[in-house]
Ligand binder design. Sequence first.
Ligand code: SF4
Length: 279
Amino acid sequence: MRTINSKLITDTVRALCIKANIELRKDVLLALRRARKKETNSKARRILDIIIQNALIAKEKRLPICQDTGMVVSYLKIGQDIKIKGDIRKAILEGIANAYRDGYFRKSIVQDPLIRKNTNTNLPPVIYTKIVPGNKMDIRVIVKGFGSENSSRTKMFRPTDPSSLIEDFVVRVVRESGSKSCPPLYIGIGIGGTLDKAVSLSKEAILRPVGNYNKAPHIARLEKRLFKKVNNLKIGPMGMGGKTTALGVSVLTYPTHIAGLPVAVNISCHATRDAGKVV
Ligand code: SF4
C-alpha cells in the first residue's frame, strides 16, 4: 500500500489547471496547423492563423488561451493500492482555487444555478472517479468553456433506429451551433449506457487525441463519415466559411439496454483544453 499526501494532489491539480488554461493541447495545435494547410478559403485561413497565433502567444506570455477559463471537470483514476493521507475532495478543490487565484483566471461558477451568485473561486468542479489496479493516481482536468457546452445535446433513439438517424442528429447539432461554439470544433459523442452514461462518455471522448480513431472498425468508420459530413456544412473557423468546421470526431460506446439507444454530443471548441499527470 502506497501513501499519497493530499498536498501532492492539491499541487498537481493547481499545476494542471494552469497548464490546461495556458498551453493548448499539442494534438489540437497540430490539428489546427494541418487544417490551415488544407484550407482553401482565404477568410478561414486568416482565422486559423489568428487562432494558432493566439495559442502560441498564450503559452509564451503565460496568459489564458481564452477569457472563458471554464468549469473544471476532473477525472481521477485511483489505484486500489493507494492510501490517501488527508481529504481527497478538499485537496482537489484547493488545487483548483489556488490555480484560478494565482493565474488570475476568470471565475465562472455560480453556486445556485437559479440564484446565480458567483462563488469567486471557480469552485466547485465536476469530479469523476474510477478505481483501477495499481498504486498510482492518474489526474486529468478539463477546463470546459460554456460557449460550446451550451450547444451540446442528447437524444434517446429507438433501438431499431439506423446509424443514419444518429448521423443526421449530430450534423443538426453542429449546424444549429453555427459560430456560437467557436469552431473549428472537436466533437465528442457517447453512444449507449443510460442517458447519463452517454453524456459522460461524450465528454470523456474529447480526451482522446484529435486524429486518433476508435479501435472498433465500425465506430472508426462512423467517426470518419461524421467528420466529412460536419465539414461539408461549411460553417468554417469562427463561422467564416471554409471546410474546417471540425478538427475531429471522437465516439465512445458502452453496452446498453435492449430497449434503448442513448446518444449524446459534447461540443468542444478550438480551445479544447485539458492536462493530465500520473502521480
Ligand atoms: S467556446 Fe471556447 S473559444 Fe469560445 S469563448 Fe468559450 S472557451 Fe473560448
